[in-house]
Design a protein around this ligand. Structure first.
Ligand SMILES: Cc1ncc(C[n+]2csc(CCOP(=O)(O)OP(=O)(O)O)c2C)c(N)n1
Ligand SMILES: [Mg+2]
Length: 431
């Protein structure tokens, strides 16, 4: 017997989040009410929980999550996946509205084009250090950023340009860091992906491999001691990080302390060149939540609407005292680990599978299909984004680079960094 969470009424057949929202009760197979959602936080033994991946699957494009994922190089994909679905009327509803979708799409587009620019600058020898992109992971990333509010804490990873923009990072901050401008948030002195604005809740990444989860826990604990409520901390990790001790220790700590942590796993099937089959043998990484008494959410990371909805619900749960939430998204990175890597090891059957779909193109198809935007509008948005990026690059190319003899640099402990943050900060991107 497995101890999993069950889908609510109306989604028992695994048909995504568009099930019967009018249903007041969260019921288990057989009609029993889930006491966890009824207020009693007892884990419910469930022998069979069906997972739904996305409206695309639900709409019959792929006959089922099981079928669509079965046999793509890893037995983990012939899975029966734990699913916790958003409460009816949860924050998720807001995010499926047209305006929210448009905003998310435009942020994804901006992030993609910014990533493309960094790739091209890297090839031109204009960027020192590594360039790591989030191509294919923008839907998940933007949903994380949009699920957070001003005052929340965000620990993004190397593939989270979209989430950073959604949380309020400016294009200039990113460009300044990559081009080593002394006016950047790290004053041109730190690695490209290690930038942040801690005072604004945007943490500076230590490592990709789970190190940031306990940092977010620490910030959340500190806030609790100060009496700050109504806050959420989000930490992003990859599938590889779930194999580290840092992940397990931090998830357990968050569970025991019932911290408002949203831990997002971008399961892109590889940790650098190591495939999932060489990393873990559980059916789904979402299963790891059960061992710590943590609620798990699984989502198709290529589907923007699903990501917005699941992340909205997960952060709402965390914010309202339901403890840490683990979100596991299935996707594929559509680029190398970094720009130095041609990703030749990625199985072609994965690339041609639903996981290999480009979330940006899918979102574009939704926009066109729903007539929320036409091709001309999308082209205009693209032009605007390109112009914004080109202007930022042109500006930054005229800025000074750091002078190691003129300042005493000690990264985040530097008073300079704190002083710099006294400048007015860019708020969340207004698109
Ligand atoms: C503690 C630590 N070990 C190793 C590395 C080197 N490293 C950086 S990213 C990475 C793979 C990460 O894979 P995953 O967690 O799946 O994230 P993805 O790159 O797929 O987004 C490795 C081994 C590191 N940065 N830190
Ligand atoms: Mg990975």
């Amino acid at each position: 017997m497995r101890f999993l969470r069950a889908p609510p009424a109306g989604t028992a057949s695994g048909c995504g989040f568009s099930g019967n929202r009018a249903s007041p009760a969260w019921v288990l197979p057989g009609g029993r009410v889930d006491p966890w959602l009824a207020g009693n936080r007892t884990t419910v033994p469930v022998t069979e929980a069906t997972h739904s991946l996305s409206p695309a699957i639900a709409s019959g494009q792929f006959s089922s999550a099981k079928e669509s994922l079965r046999g793509w190089g890893n037995s983990a994909y012939s899975f029966r996946m734990v699913q916790t679905v958003p409460e009816p009327g949860a924050l998720g509803d807001i995010f499926t509205e047209r305006e929210a979708y448009l905003k998310a799409y435009r942020l994804m587009l901006l992030a993609r084009l910014l990533d493309d620019k960094f790739a091209s600058l890297y090839r031109a020898g204009k960027i020192h250090g590594g360039v790591f992109l989030g191509r294919g992971q923008e839907a998940l990333s933007v949903a994380v950023g949009l699920a957070l509010r001003k005052g929340d804490v965000f620990a993004p990873l190397i593939r989270d340009q979209a989430g950073r923009l959604a949380f309020g990072e400016s294009v200039l901050d990113a460009v300044r860091t990559y081009l080593g401008s002394a006016l950047g948030p790290m004053r041109g002195r730190d690695g490209n992906v290690h930038r942040g604005r801690p005072r604004e809740g945007l943490l500076t990444m230590i490592s990709h491999l789970g190190a940031m989860i306990s940092v977010v826990n620490g910030v959340l604990l500190a806030r609790r001691f100060k009496g700050v409520t109504d806050t959420v901390g989000a930490a992003c990790i990859g599938d590889g990080a779930t194999s580290t001790g840092a992940f397990h220790e931090a998830l357990n700590q968050a569970a025991v302390e019932k911290l408002p942590l949203v831990l997002i796993v971008a399961d892109n099937q590889y940790a650098y060149s190591t495939p999932n089959s060489r990393q873990f043998v559980c059916r789904s990484l979402a299963d790891k939540a059960a061992g710590y008494g943590v609620t798990a959410h699984a989502v198709d990371g290529t589907d923007l609407a699903a990501c917005l909805q699941v992340l909205g619900a997960a952060s709402a749960h965390a914010r309202t005292g339901h403890g840490p939430q683990l979100v596991v998204a299935q996707l594929l990175r559509l680029c190398g680990h970094g720009e130095h890597d041609d990703a030749g090891y990625v199985a072609s059957k994965l690339k041609s599978s639903p996981l290999g779909r480009d979330c940006l193109k899918l979102a574009e198809e939704v926009l066109l299909g729903k007539e929320w935007a036409d091709a001309a509008k999308i082209a205009a948005w693209r032009c605007e984004a390109v112009q914004q990026i080109d202007e930022a690059v042109a500006t930054v190319q005229r800025e000074p680079t750091p002078d190691p003899f003129a300042e005493n640099w000690v990264a985040c402990a530097s008073t300079h960094l704190v002083e710099l943050h006294d400048e007015p900060q860019p708020g969340p991107v207004d698109i």
